[in-house]
Each structure stands twice: as C-alpha cells, then as structure tokens.
Ligand binder design. Structure first.
Ligand SMILES: [Mn+2]
Length: 390
C-alpha cells in the first residue's frame, strides 16, 4: 500500500434493499426464482466490485410464509458465497415490516420471529437490532459473534448501526437514536433503517424529512429500505428501491442497488466523502397488453377464442421483432376493455390464465377486467319523455 493510499483510503460497500425473497412462490417456481437470482446477482457483484460488506435495508423476505424449497435455495446461495469469499464479506441486515409480517390466518405470533433470525443463527448473516426501550447509552449494543446479538458493528473505519422496522414508533425513537450515536469518533457512520421519507412516493406514508434531518450530524450515510422506488436526498440519505418488481407498477420504477465508495482524506476537516453509483439489476420483462372487446360476447368460449387469437398475433409479432425472446418468458399483464361479456356467471379467470400459460411463452399472467360499464340511471329504464310529463 502506497503512502497516498493509506491517507486516502477507499472502502466500498453495496447497499441493497427490499429483495422480498419468496415472492411469487405460489404463482410459479420460475417467478419465485427471479427473486433468488437477484440475491445471487448482488452477492456476485460484491465479489466483482471487491466490496468490504453488504448492507440490506429490510424486507429481505416477502413474508414469514416461505416454502422449504425456496429457503433451502437461499441458504445454499449464501453458503456458497461465504465459501467463495472465505467469509471475508459480511452481509448485514435489518428486519423490515415484511420480514415480520404475521400470517397464519390472523393468529398473532407472540414472540418476534423472522427468517433473518434463523439465517443469523446459522451464522449466514448479521442481523442488527436494538431494544427500543433501553436508555440511549445502552441502545446500540456492540454485535458479538458469540451471542449473535447487537445493534452496531465496526468494520475497518466504518460503524454500522441498525434497528429492525420501528413502525409507529419511528418518529418517537429518532431523537433517542441520535443521542445514542457518538459524534466525531473518527469513524464513518452508517445507520440502517426501514422507513420512507414523506413525499418521495405519492400517497405512501413516510417520515417527514425535518424529523430525520437532526441525524445528519451523527450519520454519514443513512441507508434506507421500505419504499420500492429509488431516491437520494442531500448526499447522505439513500434508498435503492426493490431488487425485483414486487408488484406490476414497480416494473416502471427506478430501482437497483447502490455501490458506494467511501473516500477518506484525513487532511480535511470533513474527512469522509461518498461516491454512490446506482447499479440497475436485470429483471424479468413485464408485458402489458390490452384487448378490446368490440361487441358483447354471449358465450365464454367465444371470449377465450377471441383473446387467444389476439395473443397469437401479438406474440408472433413480438418474437419476430425481438421485443422478447421466448426463452426469457415475460410476465403478462392482460387488460380487458370494451364491451363487458354477458353470460351467466363471470369470466373464469383461472381457466383463462391456465389457457394462456399453456399456449404462450409466459411465466405468469395477471388479468384485469376494465370494461366500459354503462351506468344504469333512471333514464335507462324510463324514456326521458315520460319523466318530463310527471
Ligand atoms: Mn418492501
């Protein structure tokens, strides 16, 4: 290491969030594997970019509900990574609201559990958490490998502080978190949190920026997760967005992971600066297609026939024009518009889905019925002239 290197040290890390592992597992195994591929991709990038550690801003899992096959794959991906890197790149995570999402048909899970804790107990990652009711001086316990518990960990000249999702208590606890973090100790401070900043996503609840701002004199990098849309504020607040599109709208969001480089220049008073690069991850293609019904179909098989004929044309065209290749099956969002079919009962969407999946190179499909429904006003039943006479 040259003299200039030691004075101007560079530390790199990856900040990712909202991987929602396990999502899509009941729709199709292929789709569920898309989410695991993102995890694998992040770990590969960590090796290629020679990072010192990886931080995950919560919602690593989509819910507590995960099939054994999916969990086994996740465990193997991380085990392989640890082996390849000889355990030199630590994965540091916090729990998001989805990691602790209660399932079991409304039954309350009393003791806090999560698959992240399980992975931590297997020594596959480091999970940071606090007891929010502890006094500020004891809020962030140093993470010990033996007990595998703690709220802060030091890696080189970086200290990472983290808590799991604090929900409604976030605003109340931010001042305490600030007090608990030592000022000017010479280390680069990262705070890992799972909340959004109000205004960054329309109509999604978040914390007002002015309530977060006091943290600025303690934190060099506020690493967020929660909003699936990427944002950066003021050179110190960063939210990468979700790894894969968890819902259909997200396919249009700016999302990815951050590759962060910390520059240290000990000659300067404000000795740390960061260089934050967004790496976009290759996600599965989303295909939106609208089919318009020109007249009122009275038989279900006519509807199905009409749709499949339209899709045949569309797919032949798209494959010919290389919009997608059949080997990388897209997710199909099918919007049905025009005249609402009129037969007893509703259109059997399950059957339509199965028909589409059987006939077309599609990994999974969602169907939205958005027909023009003529509003039945009084005039529909009584000729307007009659009303006038009354
Ligand atoms: Mn999320």
């Amino acid at each position: 290491m040259s003299i200039s290197d030691s004075k101007n040290q560079k530390v790199r890390f990856i900040h990712a969030s909202d991987l929602h592992l396990g999502t899509g597992q009941y729709q199709s195994p292929e789709r569920a594997d898309d989410f695991l591929k993102i995890l694998k991709r992040i770990l590969d990038l960590a090796i290629n970019k020679k990072v010192s550690f990886i931080i995950l801003g919560g919602d690593v899992f989509g819910s507590l509900d995960i099939l054994p096959e999916q969990l086994r794959k996740i465990v193997n991906i991380i085990k392989d990574f640890k082996k390849k890197t000889q355990n030199s790149i630590k994965i540091i995570a916090i729990e998001g609201n989805h990691d602790i999402r209660k399932y079991s048909r409304g039954a309350r899970i009393k003791r806090r559990q999560s698959w992240l804790r399980f992975l931590q107990d297997l020594d596959l990652l480091i999970l940071l958490d606090i007891n929010p009711d502890a006094p500020p001086e004891n809020l962030f316990q140093t993470y010990y490998n033996k007990t595998r518990r703690g709220g802060k960990i030091r890696i080189g000249n970086v200290i990472i502080y983290g808590t799991s999702y604090l929900g409604r208590r976030t605003e109340e606890l931010l001042p305490k978190i600030r007090t608990a973090i030592t000022q000017n100790d010479g280390f680069f401070h990262i705070l890992l949190q799972h909340f959004g900043i109000k205004g960054q996503m329309k109509n999604v609840p978040g914390i007002a920026l002015y309530k977060v701002h006091p943290l600025k004199d303690r934190i060099n990098y506020l690493a967020l997760g929660h909003y699936h849309l990427q944002f950066k504020i003021g050179g110190w607040i960063f939210n990468p967005g979700s790894g894969e599109a968890v819902s259909s709208v997200e396919s249009n969001y700016k999302r990815g992971i951050f590759l962060v480089e910390i520059n240290t220049d000990s000659d300067k008073r404000n000795k740390f600066s960061v260089d934050v690069k967004n790496l976009t991850l290759k996600n599965r293609d989303h295909l939106w297609y609208t089919i318009y019904f020109p007249h009122i179909f009275q038989m279900e098989h006519d509807v199905i026939y009409y749709i499949t004929e339209k899709l045949k044309k569309k797919f032949t065209n798209d494959v010919e024009n290389r919009i997608f290749s059949p080997s990388q099956k897209p997710i199909l969002y099918l919007v049905l518009r025009g005249n609402k079919p009129l037969f007893s009962g509703n259109l059997d969407l399950r059957f339509l889905q199965d028909t589409i999946l059987k006939q077309f190179p599609v990994v999974t499909t969602r169907i939205y019925e958005k027909y023009v429904e003529k509003i039945r006003t009084l005039e529909t039943f009584i000729p307007i002239n009659n009303i006038a006479k009354i």
